[in-house]
Write a protein that binds this ligand. Structure first.
Ligand code: PEP
Length: 252
């Protein structure tokens, strides 16, 4: 199980130091769950420094598809690796919505991240309108094809897919456990078509969208839900730690 906290555009270096120190201490005895934080770029180095030697990994929130070049404002996977981070989140719906991220750029970014020996959390999910029009599976299929088309069998163990229905992100309105399980089972089927069974089973499918301590247990106990990508509730130590402890309790 993986519980990853997406900090979005919150927590500069100073706050990162105090938060990570407290998080490491709080989770020192929590076993059976992989935990990660995803700070903004300028806080990555501090997070890596504070969490070195702990059970908490560090992911960037994005990375470019080239290792270097004339791409003002972008950060490459090589640079993310150089600060000691473990991976990068790619294709978050906020990137797709506000920064013109497409399936094509998502696939390119994923390839470069994996080529840099990093892990990737690739995000996908339907909008409310798409769900209402019964387009959920068509959208997931299109987005997942782009993601898994970019990941060879031998790199798939470093892939996590985050199913994040757009209507559930930051809205307080989470998917029901059944909606999450149905989407994850559908995605698992696509993985089985692409990889051998063992590999398809090993790709982690995490759910994201208004996960809180109150709903974590029922979402995380679904068969194909291998963890959570947590936004808002990852910004407070107590709520994030509570979700991590819930995950550890379910899987142990
Ligand atoms: C996210 O940022 O990926 C997310 C799921 O946010 P929230 O938990 O706030 O809905």
């Amino acid at each position: 199980v993986l519980i990853a906290g997406n900090w979005k555009m919150y927590k500069g270096p100073e706050e990162t130091v105090s938060f990570c120190a407290a998080l490491a201490a709080r989770l020192a005895d929590v076993e059976g769950v992989d935990v990660a934080v995803c700070p903004p770029f300028t806080s990555l180095a501090e997070a890596v420094r504070l969490l070195d030697g702990t059970n908490v990994a560090v992911y960037a929130q994005n990375a470019h598809w080239e290792r270097e070049g004339a791409f003002t404002g972008e950060v490459s996977p090589t640079m993310v690796a150089e600060v000691g981070a473990d991976g990068a989140v790619i294709g978050h719906s906020e990137r797709r919505q506000h920064f013109c991220e497409t399936d094509e750029t998502v696939a390119k970014r994923i390839r470069c991240v994996l080529d840099s020996d990093l892990r990737v959390i690739a995000c996908l999910g339907e909008t409310e309108e798409e769900r209402e029009q019964e387009l959920t599976e068509a959208v997931l299929s299109r987005q997942a094809d782009a993601v898994i088309g970019a990941v060879d069998q031998d790199a798939a163990e470093r892939l996590t897919i985050a199913y994040e229905p757009v209507w559930a992100i930051g809205t307080g309105k989470n998917a029901t456990p059944k909606q999450a399980q149905d989407a994850h089972a559908f995605l698992r089927g696509l993985l089985v078509d692409r990889y051998d069974r063992a590999t398809a089973g090993a790709v982690r499918l995490v759910y994201g969208g208004s996960v809180k301590p109150e709903n974590a247990a029922e979402l995380l106990s679904q068969d194909d839900v291998d963890g959570a990508l947590v936004g808002g509730a990852s910004l407070e130590l107590e709520s994030f730690a509570a979700i991590c402890e819930t995950a550890a309790g379910i899987r142990s």
